[in-house]
Design a protein. Sequence first.
Length: 257
Amino acid sequence: MYLPWLNGRSMVSGLTRTGVRPLAALLVAASLSGCVPVLMGGAMVGTAAVATDRRTAGIQLEDTSIDARIRGAISEHHGDKAQVTPSSYNRKVLLVGTVPDENTRTHIGRLAAAVENVEAVNNLISIGPTRSLSNAANDSLIASQVRAALLATNGLPSSAFSVTTHANVVYLQGRVSRSEGDTAARVASKLKGVGKVVTLYEYISDEEARRTSGQPSGSQSGASLAPAASQSVAPAPQAGAVTSGGGVQVIPIPAAP
């Protein structure tokens, strides 16, 4: 739960000053921003993250700090009117949630882009009424189920993914190969309650994927499921840019018969 009086950045700094090892600081930081439901604007936003992934420990801490600073800026300027959660991955920020109007949506995107060390912002905030607590809790449940499904998929490095869910839409971020990214999206799309999967990946080579996931050379990541059909990917946005979907893939879920 996000507590406005508890600043994630200052707490991590305090842990560092008192001599706690970086891993412990990282775990505390992760608990502040990703591993538990986040309460903002009166509702929880489902997010699941992991403490170790293909980012360096320093970048993971920086992403946690970016999230905390964006939350603080949104709270300061918009209070309960904006129900938004940020998810920074490798300094690239995803914004999801609901706001009352386009001006608020645009302003929050600018607030996020102005935060120190943010390289790009994907502003996918919706305009409309806030969700009920029950719907928000369902999003948190879906995010946890997606994380568990990725963990259970043979050959897929689940720790390379960050999962955020809003309004039954699953957002996947991570540094992954195309095969890994396609497999993760397919796994998420098969789960009950998932309405759509949106991917915001930073692609790496198959060789780097094998090396960073501890697989022997020549093995195939994500080989347990056939890869999804290839899709075009828009160029990554420039540093500090605010976009509405640059580099985003949307994978719709077929309607039930």
